[in-house]
Design a protein around this ligand. Structure first.
Ligand code: ADP
Ligand code: MG
Length: 387
């Protein structure tokens, strides 16, 4: 079991099978809720940010002044990234528990730092919240953010709190570090480099489809219990993704510096296209090599989707897509967490997929919105999803 999997099975934070749809309701039924206005902005900030530990030497001053103070480690460069999550666009509170939302908001930022071959060190969190939220609801979100910081040893050093007209906005900025010579850009891939992925792909998207399906059932009849049984893995991949910081550590341990890297947030096809475009190269990916978990495979079939298409166009796996020199093959070949799926070619050869039945076709970035429509097929192959 990888470190990431161990982390994701943390006791009380473990995926609780049927809790999702009833959770918000239970909170409002308990009657012990505090309106945001009862605390005021400063009281709320105090409440949300008490007892936040500091893990990193580079954090000189965390929450509590006008700005945090960070002292970059000698010989390291700083990496900065931000993601903005908007209710109804990036998450749906029908099935996204608030604590998981906080965890995911932090982790997707850690993943961007991993994609640069760096280690996340600090985050700053901006939150916009409407009056329908309570102090307890925000505490849940913060519990998730704090949990992610504890697991990944990242310091939560500041933020901003404001009201919104409707819905919840969470914006996380992450600061990471890496040695200059280890920073991995999207642009460094060379012809004949091996194209590799970590973990397996398509699971988060299949988890989303299960949740969307059960949401419809629930909306039609709120007394129905959602049927989420036997899908722990793909649901957890959707609701509680992990960032592959363990891979960054493995690269350091094995003395590997990938030639190019990107994290897979929008599906393998889209990220492979980004990597090739930025490197001014092409690639050839073998369909049969794409790692797909059995649960992903079975669920895709159930939904009438070609499993490979879920991996190519599904989103939110937060695995890493990277290239290494062929000379580094021996260093990665024994890792259970890394799969070589193809190689880098000259730009003139395009970005191609070789299907299991030996057809070549050009990769397209459909993204997971397109996948939702399920009007997909693999050109040149006889496989087609049923609508
Ligand atoms: P200012 O008005 O100068 O922006 P604030 O009162 O908003 O200051 O913030 C005071 C401190 O609390 C700062 O250290 C800030 O980073 C922190 N802070 C404010 N809002 C949040 C939040 N939502 N999460 C974490 N820290 C926050
Ligand atoms: Mg402020």
């Amino acid at each position: 079991m990888s470190k990431v999997q161990e982390i994701s099975h943390y006791d009380s934070f473990l995926f609780a099978r049927t809790a999702y749809f009833s959770r918000q309701k239970k909170m409002s039924d308990s009657g012990k809720l505090t309106e945001l206005s009862a605390l005021g902005e400063f009281g709320l900030i105090d409440q949300l940010t008490k007892n936040i530990p500091i893990h990193n030497k580079s954090t000189v001053k965390g929450i509590g002044d006008d700005a945090a103070v960070i002292k970059p480690a000698a010989g390291k460069q700083m990496l900065v990234s931000k993601d903005l999550l908007i209710e109804g666009v990036h998450f749906d509170l029908m099935y996204m528990p608030l604590k998981h939302l906080g965890y995911k908001a932090a982790v997707v930022n850690f993943s961007d730092i991993a994609a640069m071959n760096g280690i996340p060190k600090q985050i700053v969190v901006g939150i916009g919240v409407s009056s329908k939220y309570t102090v307890e609801a925000l505490e849940e979100v913060y519990a998730g953010i704090k949990k992610a910081c504890e697991v990944y040893k990242v310091d939560f050093v500041g933020g901003d709190t404001t009201s919104s007209v409707a819905g919840l906005f969470i914006s996380v900025t992450v600061i990471g570090e890496a040695k200059k010579e280890n920073i991995t850009y999207r642009s460094g891939a060379q012809v004949n480099d091996l194209l590799c992925v970590t973990g397996d792909l398509g699971a988060a998207y299949m988890g989303l489809l299960i949740l969307e399906r059960e949401k419809k059932v629930f909306q039609a009849n709120p007394n129905m219990q959602p049927d989420l049984s036997d899908h722990d893995y793909i649901l957890e991949r959707q609701l509680k993704p992990e960032a592959r910081i363990d891979m960054v550590r493995l690269f350091a341990d094995e003395n590997i510096v990938p030639t190019a890297m990107i994290d897979i947030s929008d599906g393998l096809a889209s990220e492979a296209l980004h990597l090739c475009k930025n490197s001014d190269k092409g690639c050839l990916i073998y369909e049969e090599k794409i790692p797909i978990d059995q649960d992903t495979y079975d669920t895709a079939k159930e939904f009438g989707i070609v499993p490979t298409v879920a991996a190519l166009n599904g989103g939110e796996d937060y695995e890493l897509l990277f290239t290494v020199k062929q000379a580094d093959y021996d260093k990665i070949k024994n890792s259970q967490d890394i799969t070589v799926i193809g190689y880098i070619t000259d730009k003139t050869e395009g970005t191609q997929l070789m299907t299991t039945d030996n057809h070549l076709f050009e990769l397209k970035a459909q993204g997971w919105d397109a996948l939702k429509k399920r009007d997909l097929e693999i050109p040149g192959s006889d496989k087609k999803s049923s609508d």
